[in-house]
Design a protein around this ligand. Structure first.
Ligand code: GTQ
Length: 339
């Protein structure tokens, strides 16, 4: 009996020969199915505003255009582990309260007057602010202003799905009550102090909002004094003030300054990342393909792709980004070249 027959008899017993698949399983370097891709704001924006007319926030639960990676089959995958979407909420609308095991972060792209409430604390959302809704926290969004508000959502949905750890729960009311004073988490954890009378038992940052006014001022001040890294320029990480680690257990977030005229060095990382243009414009070259970006453009960088940043303009370029590196680091799976 031949090898073919042996293969069939193995298959019938839910067995398989490793020697025929080993080279595809244990590859020398990562082979992500996600591909590099850019979503340009002038293209996305009219479609997003069209969705405002086509579906209500109440019908949609969340009115979001998902950034679907062309290389991945799933409807909610930007990389094998990361989800990204652009959410719009109209004046007077509420995106009702729910909670889920995926962690979420939001970076406000345009509009003013929206708020997110997280476990009883109301957080204002202004352009450039980073607001987190960590795992299993109740959260709802509202827009009390008179214009639509738009933000980038970053979540770990594909990771949580692959681990079969998805849980979701709706809140009994559209909006949860605001039970905490304005500035609650900021006063407790955002002033270089922490409450000495209580611990914080969660695996995420107790700070839920990182205002752009402050982050931008810090970035500009550091960039005035330092060139930063050869690969990233002045890249500052949003941190958990209790641990110094990432803002969310599975997601880290950065604000990055690339000076006028800069051509940075190429780097590969075993994390995958999503970038958002915040100020100015630049070019991210990914495995030899140039992706020019402007304000509110989104660029996805696959795992182990070679990335190079340039700022051909005369103004500083500012990028927001998030990645899955916190999931890799504790297990010795994070690698980067050049470091
Ligand atoms: O705002 O809670 O883009 O639950 C995807 C899932 C946003 C949200 C998304 C969500 C949310």
């Amino acid at each position: 009996m031949g090898a073919e027959d042996f293969g069939e008899r193995l298959k019938a017993q839910a067995l398989g020969p490793l020697w025929t698949v080993l080279a595809d399983a244990l590859t020398p370097t990562p082979r992500p199915r996600e591909v590099a891709h850019a979503w340009h704001w002038p293209t996305v924006r009219p479609l997003l505003y069209e969705s405002l007319e086509r579906v209500s926030a109440a019908e949609a639960e969340r009115r979001v255009l998902v950034l679907q990676n062309p290389g991945l089959p799933g409807p909610t995958a930007c990389t094998e582990t990361l989800y990204a979407g652009i959410q719009i909420i109209g004046p007077g609308e509420v995106a009702r309260t729910h909670r889920h095991t995926p962690n979420a972060l939001r970076f406000i792209m345009e509009g003013t007057g929206a708020v997110t409430t997280v476990d009883g604390e109301r957080l204002v959302m202004e352009r450039g602010d980073l607001v987190t809704t960590p795992t299993w926290t109740w959260h709802d969004h509202g827009n009390g202003g008179d214009e639509p508000v738009v933000w980038l959502d970053g979540l770990d949905i594909p990771l949580v799905q692959s681990l079969s750890a998805m849980f979701f729960e709706p809140y009994p009311e559209p909006q949860q009550p605001v039970t905490l004073p304005a500035g609650h988490s900021r006063h407790r954890y955002g002033m270089g102090l922490r409450p000495a009378f209580e611990g914080f038992p969660h695996p995420y940052s107790p700070l839920l909002s990182y205002p752009y006014r402050e982050a931008r001022a810090a970035l500009a001040a550091v960039a005035a004094a330092d060139r930063g890294s050869p690969w990233d320029g002045v890249r500052m990480e949003y941190t958990n003030p209790l641990s110094g680690g990432s803002v969310l257990p599975t997601l880290d977030a950065y604000l990055q300054w690339i000076p006028p005229g800069a051509v940075l060095q190429p780097v590969r990382r075993s994390s995958s990342s999503v970038y958002l243009g915040v100020e100015g414009h630049g070019v991210i070259t990914i495995d030899g393909t140039a992706f020019p970006w402007g304000v509110n453009d989104v660029v996805v960088v696959p795992s182990w792709a070679e990335v190079q940043h340039q700022n051909p303009g005369g103004e500083p370029a500012v990028l927001f980004s998030f990645s899955n590196s916190p999931v890799l680091r504790p297990f010795g799976l994070y690698r980067e070249t050049g470091a």
